[in-house]
Write a protein that binds this ligand. Structure first.
Ligand code: IMP
Ligand code: MG
Length: 182
């Protein structure tokens, strides 16, 4: 396998590199080890938030060396525009029963916080024993509601980012590094 793939990644001229593939993987390894320690003794359910969170979930679980289950939920708040509408809808509900289970919700990025607030209200109603949130990226300056995030990959500035699961009008999720659009 070519592990230097990201150095040759071809991106549009108005994209600049923010976080390299290598830095992403190093940080996810640290988060995975911490999550394994914190959830030891339970078989947690990790819930990926589609669409953006699917690559982070896939990589994260391979750094967590305890038994775990996965599930996905799909919500929408953005459509194809870059500003939060504040209206969150469930497009694909949970399949797993999370009552009396240790849960970790895995997000790509927390911006206004409205998605996390919505997910926390929705999921706590099912009665999990533990409900925590992980996000690869966090934009603290954009927060509209106060939410508590238990595991954060990187705090970033208020710039629109793409790659590693995050989209630019639905495309570019397959980039291996994270880029800022100028
Ligand atoms: P929030 O509800 O405003 O916190 O928005 C969270 C969701 O908006 C994320 O899960 C992403 O799907 C999307 N989002 C927010 N900022 C960005 C960005 O910079 N690039 C791509 N998607 C983003
Ligand atoms: Mg998301």
């Amino acid at each position: 396998m070519n592990t230097n793939f990201s150095q040759k990644e071809i991106v549009p001229a108005n994209y600049s590199l923010l976080i390299s593939e290598q830095k992403i993987q190093q940080r996810i390894e640290e988060l995975g080890k911490q999550i394994a320690r914190d959830y030891a003794g339970s078989v947690p359910i990790l819930i990926g938030v589609l669409n953006g969170g699917f690559i982070f979930l896939a990589d994260l679980i391979r750094y967590i060396n305890i038994d775990l289950e996965i599930d996905f939920i799909r919500i929408s708040s953005y459509g194809d525009v870059r500003e939060s509408s504040g209206h969150v809808k469930v497009l694909k509900p949970l399949s797993a029963d999370i009552k009396d289970r240790a849960v970790l919700v895995v997000e790509d990025i927390v911006d206004s916080g409205l998605s996390v607030q919505f997910l926390e209200n929705l999921m706590s109603a099912f009665g999990p024993t533990v409900l925590r949130f992980a996000t690869l990226l966090n934009k603290p300056s954009k927060r509209q509601v106060d939410v508590s995030i238990d595991y954060t990959g990187f705090d970033i500035e208020d710039k629109y980012v793409v790659g590693y699961g995050l989209d630019d009008a639905q495309i570019k999720r397959n980039l291996r590094s994270i880029y800022v659009i100028d």
